[in-house]
Design a protein around this ligand. Structure first.
Ligand SMILES: *Cc1c(COP(=O)(O)O)cnc(C)c1O
Length: 240
């Protein structure tokens, strides 16, 4: 019997997933790290629920989406009993109330204003929302996130909010085509992460350093990433 297109896509996904997992483990070992200390997030933007559910059935237990609208459109079709969902894209004020209580974490907090709104909405819902601070470590004009020198002061302010809990930091490196350059950007991020951790700011924990995507997750792991966000290397090139 001929294989359907769906079967092909499922097989390719299984293959890709295995490769990515192997590369993560190998890179961790090479960097003197425990592979278990690196969490794999499958980034599912533009991917259909059927394929996402197949990834979940292959053991993916964390997915990331960029857009609130897309999360809302897909979530009822996703088998999320064993899988967490994080928002990783810029969040606009008018979408806060739609995503609080739905996303298990918001990795893209980039202003006190948005943190306050997430906190307020969370308190209204009787929950605390886990968040990461997004840092624009490469000082890229096109990217969201705090500059490195603003992070500490912002953290101290956000730590006062009762409806959010800061768990760490996230960054998107600027050089899509140059993973070697990105490694030095990740090295700067690691320094910042260590500095901030050492300050032991009340009410926040620095458990998660979210950095590394399909093109540069190995460099990110070498520089201490604890969570890599991998899309196209798992699901193939995105078709918008
Ligand atoms: C799309 C996206 C990713 C994954 O990108 P790939 O290059 O496909 O792995 C990771 N992080 C963020 C914030 C993204 O928007």
């Amino acid at each position: 019997m001929e294989k359907s297109l769906t079967d092909e896509r499922f097989l390719l996904l299984e293959d890709n997933l295995k490769k990515v997992r192997d590369e993560i483990a190998q890179t961790a070992l090479k960097s003197g790290r425990n592979p278990d200390d690196i969490k794999l997030m499958a980034v599912t933007k533009t991917v259909c629920p059927e394929l996402i559910n197949h990834a979940i059935s292959c053991g993916v237990d964390l997915i990331g989406e960029n857009k609130v609208q897309e999360v809302l459109a897909k979530k009822d079709e996703l088998n999320l009993e064993t899988c967490k969902l994080h928002l990783i894209g810029h969040l606009q004020s008018n979408k806060v109330k739609k995503i609080v209580g739905i996303a298990d974490m918001i990795q893209s907090v980039d202003s006190f204003e948005i943190a306050s709104q997430i906190s307020k909405r969370s308190e209204e819902n009787g929950i605390v929302t886990d968040v990461l601070l997004e840092v624009n470590i490469g000082d890229d004009d096109c990217k969201f996130g705090y500059s490195a020198q603003d992070v500490e002061e912002e953290l101290c302010k956000i730590a006062q909010l009762r409806g959010v809990k800061v768990k760490g930091m996230m960054t998107v490196a600027p050089n899509f085509k140059d993973s070697v350059k990105n490694q030095s950007v990740f090295a700067n991020m690691r320094k910042l992460f260590i500095d901030i951790s050492a300050k032991k700011i009340d009410n926040i924990s620095m458990d998660i350093l979210s950095m590394g995507m399909s093109g540069d997750f190995k460099e990110a792991i070498a520089e201490g990433s604890t969570l890599v966000r991998v899309g196209s290397a798992i699901f193939g090139e995105r078709k918008y």
